[in-house]
Design a binder for this molecule. Structure first.
Ligand code: ACO
Length: 374
């Protein structure tokens, strides 16, 4: 093929090409750091293990600190989120009918798009408040149930489950969901957070930025994996099938959902936090023991079949078990992930606003040289 050479026609384009932007540093952040070699996640100076006992509201305060002049204490943030959930709820009625043919994450995308970037007052709080209100209503509508109005006086996690189930649930379930939301709140420059920062860098606004992030999260290589983890467990069915099922799947060149990560070369620390959370819940029907057996066999087979690439359990494997245990249908899992990650997306948008620099990388042209005639 006749192509433009880098040296003769476009000397300004750097030589280095990194497909997937692997190992490229594209932003500086005070928000979080993923240490893939050590298996550590640090969020604003705290290890994930330290944060996992804090409330989601406390972690929001930590992430938003210095970037926004609004509510800052845990109690103030809880109250502001409660008010915002109540304010958002009327949008459910207006938007839900149009989502009937969509998947749950597409429905969330549509409902969020009702929010206007012209609104700049506490838009980061509105963004976080909106996800559980919409996600719970969408999940209920798929079961033929009416939406349940938010209760502004309970915690964000308690209200999420109350809006989902139509009644208060036990504190152990609320605690497990809160741990999950904290665990996934922020995670470096992952694909959806990068998307949010790219959009924010154009000054498109908070809601456009986080809706773009949701679109990136939707893919099965990012936030779309936990539903398929349960599909995999169901398809395996019983302990005696584990080895043959996994061997066949890898033989067909399929990826095992819930394993592997772009950054972690050791175990994803979030997997352990969630494994502990799920172990504290009542194990209905031996699901957790079965999942552990699948995990053991998958890790052994991956080490054998992909010796050059360390592939370990990622966050999505135990996410699937936590979210199933607290009662979310698997089709809604990506939306629950978005409820947690909205914390990080909003903080990164606020941080990117401070940077004020348009994100605009270069591409290397490998098409034909200009033709003399059309
Ligand atoms: N099962 C089997 N093989 C795998 C898996 C897996 N889960 N993950 C990676 N590999 C293999 C690839 O087939 C490839 O093998 P090859 O070199 O022989 O072709 C090698 O490992 C490298 O794969 P890449 O796609 O280059 O690695 P990358 O870092 O881009 O992938 C990803 C990361 C997308 C998460 C990948 O591990 C994957 O697809 N996992 C399954 C889906 C999943 O669990 N997603 C959730 C991720 S966590 C999150 O986003 C919150």
């Amino acid at each position: 093929m006749n192509t433009l050479s880098n040296t003769s026609h476009s000397a300004a384009v750097p030589e280095t090409l990194s497909p997937g932007l692997e190992n490229i540093v594209a932003a500086e952040t005070v928000l979080s750091h993923v240490d893939g070699a050590e298996g550590r996640l640090i969020v604003r100076g705290y290890d994930l293990a330290q944060l996992s006992s804090r409330s989601f509201e406390a972690v929001l305060g930590l992430l938003w600190r210095d970037f926004a002049a609004g509510p800052s204490s845990e109690a103030e943030i809880a109250a502001a989120l409660g008010r915002a959930r109540a304010r958002i709820f009327p949008l459910v009625k207006d938007g839900l009918a149009a989502t009937a043919e969509l998947t749950q994450v597409e429905a969330l995308r549509l409902l969020l798009s009702q929010l206007s970037d012209e609104e700049t007052d506490y838009h980061y709080i509105v963004a976080v408040a909106a996800v559980p209100v919409f996600a719970a209503a969408i999940a209920r509508s798929r079961a033929g149930l009416d939406p349940v109005a938010p209760d502004p006086d309970v915690s964000h996690s308690a209200d999420f489950l109350k809006m989902l189930h139509g009644k208060e649930v036990g504190s152990e379930l609320v605690g497990a969901l809160d741990t999950y939301l904290v665990t996934v709140a922020d995670h470096g420059l992952n694909a959806s957070t990068f998307t949010a920062r790219v959009i924010a860098s154009t000054k498109a606004g908070m809601f456009s930025s986080v809706i773009g992030a949701l679109c990136a999260l939707k893919g099965p290589l990012h936030g779309g994996a936990p539903g398929p983890v349960l599909d995999m467990l169901d398809a395996i069915g019983a302990e005696h099938n584990i080895q043959s099922w996994l061997t066949d799947a890898l033989g067909r060149g399929e990826r095992l959902m819930g394993f592997g990560h772009r950054i972690y070369r050791v175990r994803d620390p979030r997997a352990d936090v969630l494994k502990t959370a799920v172990a504290a819940l009542r194990d209905s029907g031996g699901r957790i023991g079965f999942a552990e057996a699948v995990e053991r066999e998958a890790l052994a087979l991956l080490a054998q079949k992909k010796p050059l690439r360390p592939l370990q359990t990622n966050v999505e494997f135990y996410t699937a078990l936590v979210l199933e245990s607290v009662g979310f249908p698997r089709e809604s899992f990506t939306n629950v992930f978005a409820a947690g990650r909205m914390a990080g997306w909003t903080a990164h948008v606020l941080e990117q606003d401070r940077v004020g620099k348009l994100i605009r990388p270069q591409s290397r042209y490998i098409g034909p040289s200009p033709q003399r005639t059309l």
